[in-house]
Design a protein around this ligand. Structure first.
Ligand code: NAD
Length: 255
């Protein structure tokens, strides 16, 4: 698909990986609607990205709000690309604590609701729009979802986050098969440790330790590393149904 002249929806685009992706899409001549729950960050992002960007306040688990974000993206041009970055961290809960109390069910459900249900909500609502496009270069549209390396090597305390992200990975091939008849491709990025505001809150020595744990290159992932892969996934016509780890060969230890 051609990004140039098309419109894209980037969820979670007010910050981190989504913001870097919005910037790269605009750099290639696309227009972007950022859908995010943070109005403050969304406003700043649009001021930074300029004319080609719009912000719509939308919770990705909300059908009406995502519908409005898709409406706004279709007003900007032909919506051909969706990059779904919105998500939250886990609840850092052990399955049982030191006193043998079982972990909270409500926080587990909330992580899965935002990360997995939110992904399916965006996937289904966006697919319904992309399916109405004319085919250009073989595709009506393309989508990129966001999992995590935790989908494959989740750490202790990450049951909810891992379950939600493994769900996104599992959904990817099914979605690609399901939407193949509509000429819509779906791929997923599983990032390692990326230098986004999520991580910026950590102490400097902890950040340095994390960077040193990456085999090569020995640094945290740059949000633009993610954006480059997202753009490649949108543009490469033969890339479909795939989850790609973006992690500098990192494999997470149990803790
Ligand atoms: N940063 C990392 O190391 C890392 C690693 C693996 C996976 N990820 C995943 O990448 C994605 C982006 O993370 P990031 O590091 O850019 O974080 P970030 O906090 O910088 O950005 C996430 C954005 O999503 C928005 N958001 C959260 N919940 C939302 C909701 N329900 N509806 C709409 N918007 C919502 C936030 O407001 C924020 O702007 C997340 O899915 C995260 O799980 C990040």
């Amino acid at each position: 698909m051609h990004i140039d002249g098309s419109s894209a929806l980037v969820t979670g685009g007010a910050s981190g990986l989504g913001l870097a992706t919005a910037r790269r899409i605009i750099g290639r001549g696309g227009r972007v609607v950022i859908a995010d729950i943070s109005e403050e960050q969304g406003g700043k992002a649009v001021a930074d990205l300029g004319e080609a960007a719009r912000f719509v306040r939308a919770d990705v688990t909300d059908e009406t709000a995502v519908g409005q974000a898709l409406d706004a993206a279709q007003e900007l041009g032909t919506l051909r690309a969706v990059v779904h970055c919105a998500g939250r961290g886990g609840d850092h809960t052990r399955i049982i604590d030191r006193d043998r109390n079982p972990g909270e069910l409500a926080t587990f459900a909330e992580v899965v609701r935002v990360n997995l249900l939110g992904t399916y909500n965006v996937l289904r609502l966006a697919a319904a729009r992309l399916a109405g496009n004319e085919i250009v270069d073989g595709d009506r549209g393309a989508m990129v979802l966001t999992a995590s390396v935790a989908a494959f090597d989740g750490q202790i305390g990450q049951t909810s986050y891992t379950a939600s992200k493994a769900g996104v990975h599992g959904m990817t091939l099914v979605a690609a098969r399901d939407l193949a008849g509509w000429n819509i491709r779906v791929n997923t990025i599983a990032p390692g440790i990326m230098d986004t505001p999520m991580l910026g809150r950590l102490r400097e020595d902890i950040r340095e330790g994390l960077a040193a744990s990456v085999p090569h290159p020995k640094r945290l992932g740059d949000p633009d590393d993610f954006a480059r892969l997202a753009v490649e996934m949108l543009e490469n016509p033969y890339l479909n149904g795939q989850t790609v780890r973006l992690d500098g060969a990192l494999r997470m230890a149990p803790r």
